[in-house]
Each structure stands twice: as structure tokens, then as C-alpha cells.
Design a protein around this ligand. Structure first.
Ligand code: SAM
Length: 344
């Protein structure tokens, strides 16, 4: 009999009919014949179907070390994010992002943005360890958590469970989002400097088009990014004061050029991990959003709406899908004096 939620895993070579399972809610463990588990052809080793998680334990164990090849600064491949979020790094991500400090620094910024737009159903497409999914569930939103990394999604699920929530999760790559996500949402959030993982323009356009498609007709996309302009133009002057709040962890750019931002993360036990990302320029991201069909793009600097900052850490773009057919293009320019909140 199914209790609230089962974690089901397959060892290598096992068929889908002979998986083992454990109930997260009552800790029961048993062999299980998962007649109700539907394995997604596109996501062979993790999916939740009516509260059932399927993970392939052996695949997860296999990825313990990061591997950037012989010349790490030449690794500029969108698909490589899967290999960067290895189990040990993901396990440490909670140290990198201190939940309480992050709650405090963000305040209710995203909650306000969503409520102002009447959003109720949210798709968190870069769930990571589940920080925003949990935050939004606790604020009363209906949330579905998506990530392309099974490691991250498993961590998100676990973090949610520890805080008393059963997160609804789907493993999906943004570039094929609508193949795996079959509902529509009032808002898509892509936070924590995640979009930067896409290395080619066609991948970025495809992902944005998929976000656009999964939104209701008047939905919005909230997507943030580091201030790479400052890093590219001012030699890494930007510090990590908002998002990476774990005090014992350092997160610094190790290499920057127009095609690569390579970050080094050093933990108190001296372990070191890296992420290779594409340094999105602020106006480039805004232009792409507009070109895939978003009608109005407002950009905030850090979490401030009203004050101008010269050197913010992060930009947060709010892209609205609601069609502005009758508006003259010239009216589409912000009339406010707040230069940090411009309108395309
Ligand atoms: N949003 C979280 C936060 O703010 O803590 C996590 C951010 S983490 C930096 C980026 C996440 O994006 C990772 O969990 C990664 O697996 C996911 N990701 C990167 N590229 C992706 C893609 N093409 N499709 C789906 N997820 C992707």
C-alpha cells in the first residue's frame, strides 16, 4: 500500500518491474512492484508521478567528481551542467546558500512580484536544492519544481521533506520543457543565476521559447543573472553578497572572457568545485526575451525597485507575456526616473 511518498530506486541492470522502495513518510522499506510508476521515456531515472519519486541510485553514485577535461576553460558546453552538479557538490550546496541568510536578504521580493501579478501556479524551472520552491509553497503558492539535474532534484525533494513539504518535482531540461511538463502556469521562475548555464544562443532562445510556451496567456517569467557586465568590464569587482550567503564558503570568478565565466567554490574542508557558465550581458538577455515574444521586460538591480545602484550584484528580469498589441513602441519606454527598472 502506498503511504504519502515513496522513493524508488533501481540498481544497474534492474528492470522497472523490480525496483526497491522506501516510504519517506513512515520510513518503511520494501521491494516493490510499481504498477503505478510511470517511467518517462525522456527522463529515465527520476520522475514523480502522483507522489512517486524514481531515482537510479547507481547513476547518482557514479558522479562523485567533477570532470572539466584537460583544459577546463575550453569546456563551454550546455550539457555539461549535468556533470558539474556532482553528488558531493550538491550535498554542499546548502552550505553555500545559507537558507536563513538568504531568506533575510531576499525578503518578500519575489512573493510581492508574484502576488502583484495575481500569480498562483508557479513553475520553478531551476529548482536546485529547492530554496525558492519551499519558500513559495510556504507563502501559499502552488509550485512545481523542475530541474535538469537529478542530483539537484533529489536534494530539493529532501530539503522540502525536512521542512514538512512534499515537493512536486519533474526532471526536465529547459530546452525540451514542454515535452515533460504538461500544465500551464501563471509564472515561471528561473533564479539563482541559472540561465547562465546555457552556452549557445540557440539553446538560450529555445529555453526562453519553452518558458514562454508553458505560461498562461498573461503569465510572466522571472529570471535573474549575475551582473556579468561589471565582471567583464571591471575585472571581477562584483562580490557575492546577496545569493551565496554561507559565510564559510568562498565563491569567486577564476576566469572571465566574453564566452566563459568560470567560478571556483571553496568550502571549509578545503574541497574545491567549479562551475563553467556563460557571462550573459544584461541588455543581451533583455533583447533575447523580447525577441522570443515577451512584451514588456522590467529589470531590477539586486532587490531594489526604487534606488539606482551603480554596481549591483544581480539583475532580476520580469518578462511579461500579456500582449500589448495596441501600444505604440515609443510608449514602451519607461517613464520612471528609476533607471534600474527599465522597460524594453
Ligand atoms: N535556483 C536555485 C537557487 O537559486 O538556489 C539553483 C540554482 S543552480 C545555480 C542552477 C540550476 O539550474 C541547477 O540545479 C542545474 O541543474 C539547473 N540547470 C542548468 N541548466 C539546465 C537545463 N538546461 N535544464 C534544466 N535545468 C538546468
Amino acid at each position: 500500500m502506498l503511504c504519502r511518498i515513496w522513493s524508488i530506486w533501481m540498481d544497474s541492470g534492474q528492470s522497472h518491474e523490480s525496483v526497491k522502495g522506501a516510504c519517506y513518510s513512515c520510513e518503511l522499506f520494501s521491494g516493490w512492484s510499481p504498477a503505478q510508476a510511470i517511467q518517462s521515456p525522456s527522463s529515465p531515472w527520476i520522475e514523480i508521478t502522483r507522489g512517486i519519486v524514481i531515482t537510479n541510485a547507481s547513476s547518482r553514485k557514479a558522479e562523485l567528481q567533477q570532470d572539466f577535461g584537460t583544459d577546463p576553460v575550453e569546456m563551454r558546453d550546455t550539457d555539461h551542467y549535468q556533470k558539474e552538479y556532482v553528488h558531493r557538490f550538491v550535498d554542499k550546496w546548502d552550505e553555500l546558500i545559507n537558507w536563513d541568510a538568504r531568506y533575510a536578504s531576499e525578503g518578500d521580493f519575489f512573493i510581492r512580484l508574484l502576488k502583484e501579478r495575481g500569480a498562483k501556479r508557479i513553475l520553478d524551472v531551476a529548482a536546485g536544492i529547492g530554496f525558492h520552491s519551499v519558500r513559495l509553497v510556504e507563502a501559499g503558492f502552488e509550485v512545481c519544481s523542475v530541474d535538469g539535474s537529478a542530483e539537484m532534484l533529489a536534494k530539493a525533494f529532501d530539503n522540502g521533506r525536512r521542512r514538512g513539504h512534499i515537493l512536486r518535482t519533474i526532471q526536465a531540461d529547459w530546452r525540451w520543457l514542454n515535452r515533460d511538463v504538461h500544465a500551464s502556469y501563471d509564472a515561471v521562475i528561473c533564479l539563482g543565476n541559472s540561465f547562465t548555464h546555457l552556452f549557445s544562443e540557440s539553446d538560450r532562445r529555445k529555453a526562453l521559447a519553452e518558458f514562454y510556451a508553458v505560461l498562461k496567456h498573461d503569465g510572466c517569467l522571472i529570471l535573474d543573472q549575475r551582473n556579468y557586465d561589471a565582471m567583464l568590464d571591471n575585472e571581477f569587482s562584483t562580490q557575492h553578497k546577496f545569493y551565496y550567503c554561507g559565510k564559510q564558503v568562498s565563491a569567486e570568478p577564476e576566469h572571465m572572457d566574453e564566452g566563459l565565466a568560470r567560478f571556483r567554490y571553496t568550502f571549509p574542508d578545503d574541497s574545491v568545485y567549479h562551475l563553467n557558465m556563460f557571462p550573459l550581458r544584461r541588455d543581451y538577455t533583455r533583447r533575447l526575451m523580447q525577441e522570443v515574444g515577451f512584451q514588456k521586460i522590467s529589470t531590477y538591480a539586486d532587490f531594489e525597485e526604487d534606488t539606482r545602484q551603480d554596481d549591483p550584484d544581480f539583475f532580476i528580469h520580469v518578462a511579461e507575456k500579456k500582449y500589448l498589441a495596441s501600444e505604440d513602441d515609443t510608449l514602451n519606454v519607461s517613464e520612471t526616473t528609476n533607471l534600474d527598472k527599465e522597460t524594453v
